[in-house]
Write a protein that binds this ligand. Structure first.
Ligand code: KMH
Ligand code: ZN
Length: 273
C-alpha cells in the first residue's frame, strides 16, 4: 500500500480555547501546534488563522505571517490554506488566504453548501465553486476537494466536466458534519470518486478514530486535528495536535502502513513544488 499522508488541521475557525485550552490563536501558538504535528509525522498542515482574540480571519497578511513562521520550523511541510474560512465570510474574503507569497501549492475547495449546526449554513453555490476552481487552476494551486456528502462529489465532477480541475483529483471526505460517519458511509464515498483519484478522510469529533483506522486499512489518507476533534479519547482532551498525529502513526504501525514525508506526499498527490 502507498505510504500514509497525515494532514493536521491544527486550528479551524470554530473551535475555542474554552473547549480545549490548547487550541491555537496567536502566531506563536499556531507555530507551536504546526511543529508538534510535523514532528509527530504530519506532512500537511491544513491552515486557518485567527486574530489573537480567537476571531477567525482570512486576511492575507495574517496568513503570510503564519506561513512564514511555520516555514522556519517545518521547512518542507505542505501548507494548505483554507479557502473555506468561517461561516458568513464572502468569497473574496475567503480567497485572500491564497494571495500569499509564494503562491500555495495546495488549498481547500469546498464543493457544496452544508448545514453547520444550529442556524449556521456554510454556503458554496455552484458559481462560487466553479470560480474558486478556475482561479486555482490558473494559479497552479492544487485543490483538495472538500466533500461533506455524496452530492458534493457530484458537484466536483461537474466542475471537472467543465475542465476546471486537473487530474488526478484529490478528495477529502469530511464525515460527521452533514453526513453520518459510519464505515458504510466511507466505503460509499470512496466508491463514488473517479478511478485514479486520491483521498483523505476526516471523522468529526468522536468519529475521528474509527474513520482513521478504516481509512488506513483502505489505502486512503488521514486528517486529524483540533479543527475536527478536541479529544484524544473519550473524556480526555488532546494536549496538542501532535498527540493526535502520534495516535494516527501508532494505528498505522499496527496496521502495517508507513508514513509519508512531505516530499513523498507531494509525489503521491502530484503536487508541483
Ligand atoms: N470553517 C468552515 C466553515 C475549509 O477549510 O475549506 C469551512 C472549512 C472548510 O473549514
Ligand atoms: Zn478547514
Amino acid at each position: 500500500m502507498e505510504k500514509l499522508i497525515i494532514t493536521a488541521a491544527i486550528c479551524g475557525a470554530e473551535v475555542t480555547k474554552e473547549q480545549n485550552p490548547a487550541v491555537p490563536y496567536t502566531i506563536e501558538e499556531i507555530v507551536r501546534e504546526a511543529k508538534s504535528a510535523y514532528d509527530a509525522g504530519a506532512s500537511i498542515i491544513h491552515l486557518h488563522v485567527r486574530w489573537d482574540d480567537g476571531t477567525p480571519t482570512q486576511e492575507t497578511k495574517r496568513f503570510q505571517e503564519a506561513v512564514d513562521a511555520i516555514r522556519k520550523v517545518c521547512p518542507d511541510v505542505i501548507i494548505q490554506p483554507s479557502t473555506g474560512g468561517a461561516v458568513g465570510m464572502t468569497d473574496l474574503e475567503r480567497l485572500a488566504s491564497t494571495d500569499i507569497v509564494p503562491t500555495p501549492e495546495f488549498a481547500t475547495l469546498d464543493c457544496g453548501t452544508c448545514n453547520f449546526g444550529g442556524d449556521e449554513i456554510f454556503v458554496n453555490t455552484d458559481n462560487t465553486i466553479f470560480n474558486f476552481a478556475t482561479i486555482m487552476k490558473e494559479r497552479g494551486i492544487k485543490p483538495e476537494l472538500e466533500v461533506f456528502d455524496k452530492g458534493m462529489i457530484d458537484i466536483a465532477l461537474k466542475a471537472d466536466r467543465k475542465g476546471l480541475l486537473v487530474h488526478p483529483l484529490h478528495f477529502d471526505f469530511v464525515l460527521g458534519v452533514q453526513m453520518s460517519a459510519t464505515i458504510r458511509d466511507l466505503v460509499f464515498m470512496v466508491g463514488s470518486i473517479p478511478a485514479g483519484s486520491t483521498w483523505t478522510a476526516t471523522g468529526l469529533g468522536r468519529n475521528a478514530w474509527h474513520i482513521a483506522a478504516a481509512t488506513i486499512s483502505m489505502g486512503g489518507h488521514v486528517r486529524v486535528g483540533f479543527e475536527d476533534n478536541l479529544y484524544l479519547e473519550k473524556g480526555i482532551l488532546a494536549k496538542s495536535n501532535g498527540e493526535m498525529v502520534e495516535k494516527v502513526v501508532k494505528l498505522a504501525k499496527l496496521l502495517g502502513r508507513e508514513i509519508a514525508t512531505p516530499n513523498e506526499a507531494r509525489e503521491i498527490l502530484s503536487i508541483k513544488k
